[in-house]
Design a protein around this ligand. Structure first.
Ligand code: ATP
Length: 286
């Protein structure tokens, strides 16, 4: 099992005598963890994310345990690059260690998943803001990173791509990757984060879990049957809003709709596999 990603007594200031934006920050993010970062405008959220992603280095302190494959979606993505979308993604996939063929395949797959396949051959400079944001997201997901850092990555995406990115986050954590994100919408991935940290006055403070609010939005109900004394797979327990045991090994799960395929896959690939009895939209409004 890989070690936690750790910031130790880390600080960052811009310029030799600039004010400290962050100082004395200790933070650990374990494998498979989903971490939310919040804070007021200008508090230093992006600075913290850039340190975690390795885009920027701390002015003091240390960072250890960063996975070899780390991906980052910045708040602002440089769109005016001399590549087509698929050419750019293939190039980046190769830089991230994929063979050219695998990179090209992954590039097309992610453009398809995000609803941008029609723009694959469009030069990056001609993409709309929303489409170039999809390319920014795709570049981060190409090589199945062990650490995914998302700075307002949902901004500018359409509904389909937003849901797809939520799904990709759930897939990453289910596969043991760590995800750290900032999003202005408090409902983003609500109920799914393992920890929330607030950036305030140059420090980073862990927030207490707030009233264990269930994730908002549409849910599906999954009836599943496992071995009589079976324990639901870890990814399933982490992802569902609620799980009720309805008989020996039988469970009724309430699952946020964007994460239903992750839950179904986890059930079906568990050893021994769980039987999925039924899947239906949850009737009551949440
Ligand atoms: N490259 C830089 N050079 C100089 N100062 C910077 C740089 N990047 C950030 N800062 C300053 O550091 C402080 C924190 O900025 P940062 O972008 O990390 O905050 P933030 O919480 O992400 O803000 P927002 O919510 O507005 O995106 C701000 O005062 C900002 O002006």
């Amino acid at each position: 099992m890989r070690p936690d990603l750790c910031l130790r007594n880390a600080g960052r200031r811009y310029g030799l005598r600039g004010p400290w934006v962050l100082r004395g920050v200790d933070l650990a993010v374990g494998p498979g963890r989903l971490v939310r970062v919040e804070g007021a405008n200008g508090s230093g959220k992006s600075t913290l994310l850039r340190l975690l992603a390795g885009i920027d280095a701390p002015s003091e302190g240390r960072i250890t345990g960063r996975p070899a494959r780390t991906a980052y979606v910045p708040e602002r993505f440089p769109p005016a690059l001399p590549f087509t979308a698929v050419g750019y993604l293939t190039h980046l996939g190769a830089v991230q260690g994929l063979s050219r063929a695998a990179a090209a395949r992954a590039a097309r797959e992610w453009l398809e998943r995000l609803g941008a396949a029609a723009y694959a051959e469009t030069p990056m400079a001609r993409l709309s803001k929303g489409s170039s944001q999809k390319v920014a997201v795709a570049q981060a997901l190409l090589a199945q990173p062990g650490l995914l850092v998302l700075d307002e990555a949902w901004t500018g995406l359409d509904t389909t791509a937003r849901a797809e990115l939520e799904r990709a986050v759930a897939e990453r954590t289910a596969a043991g990757g760590s995800v750290v994100f900032v999003d202005h919408d408090p409902r983003r991935l609500a109920g799914l984060s393992d920890a929330t940290y607030a950036v305030r006055d140059g420090g980073v403070v862990r927030q207490e879990p707030s009233q264990t609010a269930a994730a908002p939005g549409p849910h599906v109900v999954v009836e599943t049957q496992g071995p009589p004394d079976g324990r639901l797979p870890e990814e399933v327990r982490r992802t569902v809003s609620s799980a009720e045991e309805t008989g020996p090994g039988a469970h009724r799960l309430s699952v946020p709709a964007p994460h239903s395929d992750v839950v179904l896959r986890a059930l079906l690939t568990a050893r021994p596999p769980w039987h999925v009895v039924s899947v239906a939209p949850q009737a009551t409004a949440r």
